[in-house]
Design a protein around this ligand. Structure first.
Ligand SMILES: [Zn+2]
Length: 154
């Protein structure tokens, strides 16, 4: 299993860094938002690649489960609308490749990385939408339909 881990690490490219035998840190950059995220893959205790890798994201100084980080996107109706615009009917959480029922031993860490990047990007976009609503009182006076149209550009 060591070779597989090594190969997966190499596929992640120069933004990945190993820490011991079981941990890979990965820096994600969202250039258009001028933001970064640090993802931690930990294969200890999770029987990778037969079971999903443990993926956490640096959040307020500690590593928090990825699903915990994007949970607000799953439960908030505005966020769900954005998710639907971007991902169609696919659910960020229920259809995630990190779920035990969708995971397969062929699932690669680069695929997990791409999915996490997509989820975090959605979270940033949703943050922007909230910001516009909060900062501009005129926006909230707009008809809902007009707002939804504007929103598609955010
Ligand atoms: Zn769901």
């Amino acid at each position: 299993m060591h070779r597989r881990w090594q190969t997966e690490f190499e596929q992640l490219g120069p933004c990945a860094q190993r820490d011991g035998d079981n941990i890979i840190y990965l820096l994600l950059t969202f250039a258009d938002y001028e933001k970064h995220a640090v993802v931690k893959f930990d294969r200890q205790h999770c029987n990778f690649p037969f079971r999903p890798i443990k993926a956490t994201v640096l959040h307020g100084g500690e590593y928090v489960d990825y699903f915990e980080v994007i949970r607000s996107l799953h439960s908030n109706p505005d966020a769900s609308r954005l998710t639907e615009q971007v991902l169609g009917t696919k659910c960020l959480v229920c259809d995630s490749i990190l779920c035990t029922n969708t995971w397969s031993p062929q699932t690669k860490l680069v695929m997990v990385r791409d999915e996490i990047a997509k989820g975090l990007r959605l979270k940033l976009r949703h943050g922007n939408r909230l910001m516009v609503r909060l900062l501009n009182p005129r926006v909230t006076k707009l008809h809902d339909e007009v707002w939804r149209y504007i929103e598609t550009f955010l």
